[in-house]
Ligand binder design. Sequence first.
Ligand SMILES: Cc1ncc(COP(=O)(O)O)c(C=O)c1O
Length: 448
Amino acid sequence: MEEKHIKILKNLGFDISQKDLTNDYWKKRGADALALTTQDRDVYGCIDHTQGEGVNIFDVEGTEYLDVTGGVAVRAFGLRYKPYLDFEASINDVVKELPGADFDAIPQTLLAERVAGITPGNHKKRVVFTTSGGRAVEGCMKSAMDLSGNRRFVTFRPAFHGRTGYALALTSSNSKHKSGFPQGVDTVRVFYPYCYRCPYGTTEEDCSLECVEALRYALEVEGNDIAATVMEPLCGEGGLIVPPTKAVKGIYDLTKEIGAFFMSDEVQAGMGRTGKWTAIENHGVVPDYISMGKAMGGGYPMGASIGPAPMFTGGSRHSETFSAEPKMGLLSLWVFKHMEDGGYLKKNAEHGAYLLERLGELKDKHEVVGDVRGLGLMVGLEIVKDKKSKEKAPKLRDRIVKNAVQNQKLWVLGSGQNVIRLTPSYIITKENIDDVVDRLDKAISAEM
Ligand SMILES: Cc1ncc(COP(=O)(O)O)c(C=O)c1O
């Protein structure tokens, strides 16, 4: 870390010097001070907040990593992306401190129009801005209850929609997130369409959409007074599962049949990651509600609940203090424009296809890579004991991730119980992808 950054900490009143810059020291201090980290401190070092470029991050000891998490799908254009930094510098003197939900200001109105324009459907939409994905989900949920008069939601297993209140009630990807907390809203929960491990025991050849029929049965016996069906168009945290389009369509049609809203949670998969602005477009249905977050602000906390007009008619029905402040609004508008100017939808589709193809080689080579799947730049490898039994191998997955991070210097995350998840920044190149595959190959070989 450069001396000037240490000086900044010193000027803020902390007696820190170069000799304190070790992973162990900061992990211990973090563990003493912070309530949690979601990831294992035994695996990851302490990130240097002053270094990093593109897809490369550093820990405080100066070790460089190739980052394939994209900041958990947040950093659309990687770290310290020069055009983004230049734009940010050019708006340094805008008035930042204007609470967007309380008063009108130009950036948020333009952004709402922009968001409505890129999301599917020509119907009249309304937008509420948020500072997190979970709140974006909850904004949609509240409006769906408001407009339908119903209080219950259809949701899936696995599913991840956030860790607070109503959003947590929909989540079901890890008992750690849920156990001991009350259920915020009532749900009808069915299995997420997961062909590699079809919960109904069918294969793709003999599939009769048992997952859709299971939902039909659940609604028949539990009641169909549903506000909305809430679905990830591509299940992220729950294990990087790509549902077949015919199942999504079937669930959508059934939702419409009972007169409920359909909501696509695009917090992780949206914002162009899959090669389409919203990932639900891959399935050809037009959702009533969309929640967005993560990459939308290019690194700043920014999310949106998009719903049908009228949405929250009447002031004060819903609000969030720090939403769409002018600087964040302008930065998000820049992200949208740059996505278009740089042709990133096409690039993400192409690079995603290449990543999938190259990871397919690892599936052919390694008995423990049971499945490789994804859409665009959202890809997962399912780690199993062997291809025939498909038995989940969570401990092996954890060892591979640890090896990848510590030995191959590949900053990578797991998802679900036994999946390795890749959600790189959109600036990733084919050369980077070859490098990622090479490092993963080494990590898998070393742990088998
Ligand atoms: C699909 C989905 N919805 C909601 C969330 C919650 O977003 P946040 O952590 O910003 O509240 C996430 C976060 O990973 C997500 O992947």
